[in-house]
Design a protein around this ligand. Structure first.
Ligand SMILES: Cc1ncc(COP(=O)(O)O)c(C=O)c1O
Length: 295
């Protein structure tokens, strides 16, 4: 795919559609100075945003903790108009909705009355299965987790993720897995993790990780297939002996894990249940996006 000309399009910024080249925020914005804000990354299928209600609910839950709220508006209509303005009205796309505490005098203590900065960005994603979805991904272990502080919130403090992605890339891996107590898998830097063990799915408990929207939908799809989904502490060893394993996220959907560093997981190829979930998730997401329904 050709590199996306991210400055050539339109963004939504504080209530208006603005040319990306001219869209700027203040150097006093608290999102920039302190990472004081939240975001959501979503996916659109054929120009329609998927699981918007769930993403807004997660943003709202975190907003209540931080004392931040997303201004009211018809976000579905706004995002879909943004997609159209970027010629993505019939395409699959990545969507990022960003909320910061806004511009204020530079003190760490948040002001009582700042006006939030809100913006949305979009870019195209291929609508076919990506190479990593088809062929599977190599992952690597990171010797830390996001467990330390507010891991349940998708805050703008993404340094653990950036360092983790960089470490993974330097080892030739697609994703880094955060590890707690040198033993337990938590989540990927931008994904949740599932193992297939016999007739069950296993995933680490929600405590200490981001409550992934995709994780919840996969759990729902598995249970509606009559499969049990067990949330339990998941050791590195369990990954090595799993029948299959996969990562989930809104944009990457379901990505098979085929290797942990040099070690193959099971056959070293995407497993049948993983492929089944890839298909089911895609069909479900496309249908729900088209209907504009909550999931
Ligand atoms: C740390 C982390 N875990 C999990 C996920 C997957 O979340 P979702 O399924 O809501 O996209 C993400 C997404 O970026 C993430 O950053």
């Amino acid at each position: 795919m050709k590199a996306h000309d991210y400055l050539g399009g339109t963004v939504f910024l504080n209530g208006r559609f603005v040319s990306a080249k001219r869209a700027t925020v203040s150097v006093f914005d608290r999102g920039l100075l302190y990472g004081d804000g939240l975001f959501e990354t979503m996916r659109a299928y054929r120009g329609k945003v998927f699981a918007l209600t769930e993403h807004l609910a997660r943003l709202d839950r975190s907003g209540q903790v931080l004392g931040l709220s997303l201004p009211h508006r018809d976000w579905r209509a706004t995002i879909e108009e943004l997609l159209q303005r970027n010629h993505l009205g019939a395409e699959d796309a990545w969507i990022r909705l960003n909320l910061t505490r806004g511009t204020a005098a530079p003190d760490v203590l948040p002001p009582k009355d700042s006006k939030p900065t809100v913006f949305a960005l979009v870019k195209p994603v291929g609508s076919g299965l990506s190479p990593v979805q088809r062929l599977g991904a190599r992952v690597t272990l990171l010797n830390y987790s996001r467990n330390a502080f507010m891991p349940e919130h998708k805050s703008l403090n993404y340094l653990p993720t950036i360092l983790g992605k960089s470490a993974a890339a330097s080892r030739g891996a697609y994703e880094g897995l955060f590890v707690r107590d040198r033993r337990y898998l938590m989540e990927g830097t931008t994904s949740s993790i599932f193992l297939v063990r016999g007739a069950q799915l296993q995933t680490p408990p929600a405590k200490g990780i981001l409550p992934g929207v995709t994780r919840r939908i996969i759990t729902h799809l598995a249970e509606s297939e009559g499969m049990r989904v067990v949330e339990k502490d998941t050791s590195i060893r369990t990954l090595l002996i799993a029948n299959e394993a996969f990562l989930t996220s809104s944009v990457a959907e379901v990505v098979p894990i085929t290797q942990l560093d040099e070690k193959p997981i099971a056959t070293g190829r995407p497993g049948p249940l993983t492929k089944l979930f890839q298909r089911k998730y895609r069909a479900y997401a496309r249908g729900a996006a088209r209907r504009g329904s909550a999931v």
